[in-house]
Ligand binder design. Structure first.
Ligand SMILES: CC(C)(COP(=O)(O)OP(=O)(O)OC[C@H]1O[C@@H](n2cnc3c(N)ncnc32)[C@H](O)[C@@H]1OP(=O)(O)O)[C@@H](O)C(=O)NCCC(=O)NCCS
Length: 170
């Protein structure tokens, strides 16, 4: 990794107390998104998968950038009463700096009034479950053998309560 390359090797530098800015992904981001997804998650979206999401009216792929490089993304479908969080990942060098929190907060602000956010997470992924739990999600069910290879999914949900519209999260 080149020391001047902020994509994976550098420490994140988001100003303390400020949330990273969120923007919609662009078609030219799909290769970078697919690389981040493939590194972070087994069976995650491919470049074609991201392209398909970007083409859908009900779908969003939100990103946080630093120095032009994507630091993390969240793919979601925004329906009438539910926001389905399909995939979220942050590059390893930017983890635990609030990127994931900012992406979830943004999904909450995009949710229709009274909606909830739903997602599935691997039953064995304690880190991701701790992340969602820290952001107010609770486990509400389980899908046996949901993932290829036979791992169960835990269903987690949280309300997009009006108090969160300003981006305040637990
Ligand atoms: C899960 C993931 C998206 C979190 O993103 P992130 O930017 O590192 O998360 P944040 O910095 O916003 O963390 C917010 C809070 O969540 C909790 N949290 C985050 N990651 C955690 C972990 N690995 N273990 C325990 N708690 C965690 C902490 O309470 C954290 O606050 P703190 O750092 O002040 O203690 C990131 O670790 C990732 O990309 N992992 C690989 C892909 C993945 O697991 N995706 C989800 C699959 S469903």
């Amino acid at each position: 990794m080149n020391a001047a390359d902020p994509g994976a090797g550098a420490a994140p530098a988001f100003a303390p107390g400020t949330a990273p800015a969120i923007e919609e992904a662009r078609p030219e981001d799909v290769a970078e998104l697919a690389r981040i997804a493939a590194e972070a998650l087994p069976g995650a979206f491919s470049a074609d998968g991201f392209r398909d999401e970007l083409a859908r009216d009900d779908a969003h792929v939100w990103v946080v950038r630093r120095s032009g490089r994507v630091q993390g993304y969240l793919a979601a479908r925004v329906l009438d009463d539910v926001v389905e969080v399909l995939s979220i990942a942050v590059v390893p060098a930017a983890r635990r700096s609030g990127v994931g929190r900012a992406l979830i907060a943004h999904a909450i602000t995009a949710a229709p009034a009274g909606a909830r956010l739903d997602l599935e997470v691997r039953a064995g992924d304690a880190g991701a479950q701790a992340f969602y739990g820290a952001l107010g999600f609770v486990a509400v069910g389980r899908r046996p053998r949901y993932y290829r290879g036979g791992e169960d999914a835990v269903l987690m949900t949280r309300e997009a309560a009006p108090a969160d519209k300003a981006g305040a999260l637990p």
